[in-house]
Ligand binder design. Sequence first.
Ligand code: URA
Length: 215
Amino acid sequence: MADTDLPKNLTVVNHPLVLHKLTLMRDKHTPSAVFRQLLHEISLLLAYEVARDLPMTTQTIETPVAEMEAPILKGKKLVIVSILRAGNGLLEGMLNLMPSARVGHIGLYRDPKTLQPVEYYMKVPDDIAERRVIVVDPMLATGNSVVAALTRLKEKGAKDIRLVCLLSVPEGIRRVASAHPDVPIYTAAVDSHLNDHGYIVPGLGDAGDRMFGTK
Ligand code: URA
């Protein structure tokens, strides 16, 4: 995908630390424990980026030296929604940086034949309409699961949504951007394409299996 084809609301977090850690994750010889640790570390860096435009205010405080009007978060209510199961690999790091965020879960699995998402679980805070929603899923492949998750969240009232994924491909980005143009996307890398099994190429394999050692 040429840069001009990228949707305007796509942010590629191609920081050297992110790219270095991502390369280690891609390597098929990297064991699950190291893979999880790297995903956690990258999630902190992605959280930093997705939180960049959180509203701020100021508060009068006294340092040991002087009084000052100091910047402080305005207290925007947040919810981080993990698309199970691989989304959980990004969740903890997000919570480390945004500890008072609520957490939602959406269980979707990909039917291996149709590649269509099938929902089996959903639990999000009742007041999701008043919260900024950060949806986390490491792999934006066909985009089918993410589009379904975003649609369900909007049905529940979510209005202010951002999507964070580790790896993506142009077709997945386009699919999300056309179904949900209001949702900014944050990703560490845009890979080449999907193979016939719906895997990202070169990718890193099945993120859930790599995290949990299930294959
Ligand atoms: N989901 C994964 O875990 N890996 C891919 O490459 C595509 C979807």
